[in-house]
Design a protein around this ligand. Sequence first.
Ligand SMILES: [Mg+2]
Ligand SMILES: [Zn+2]
Length: 187
Amino acid sequence: MNRAVFLDRDGTLIEEAGYLDRLERMVFFPYTVDAVRALNRAGFTVVVVTNQAGIARGIVREAFVAEAHDAISAKLVAGGARIDAYYYCPHYRTGVVERYVRGCDCRKPGPGMLRQAAADLDLDLARSFVVGDRAHDVGAAHAVGARGILLRTGLGRGEEAALAPDVTPAAVLDTLADAAAWILDQP
Ligand SMILES: [Mg+2]
Ligand SMILES: [Zn+2]
């Protein structure tokens, strides 16, 4: 079985942009490529897991999500790094795009995307990590017995200040670069 690092997208891999709906608004952090490459080289399967409620809310076109992920992969590949798979949750309880208006178990902190990835990619979730800028990223990690790392990029500083007592990250770190170094340092 493989170990994975699950990466949130917005605020973690790229700058938080509200509902990202155009490639021109996509901004990489300066260390994103290096951090992902370091995880690749250490043998981790690197998987993006992103809540995209903007789809159910009619703000983000679903086709754009694929475009955005292709653009992320192109940038990474140019730097010798790789995302092994992308999963997104298009659902939202109070959306407007009827086929996506519902509760689901894939919207983080639900475990659905992580479990699907584990089935698809033969992942050992108990030996995996989830990195993100929101409490729900840490919650998703807990839901599957993985370790959750909260970052202070994106919305992370506000999330850190308001963490519920039952949300206990394994680490709270400044950036994805720090998270990659922290993960590589674990026994
Ligand atoms: Mg995020
Ligand atoms: Zn969902």
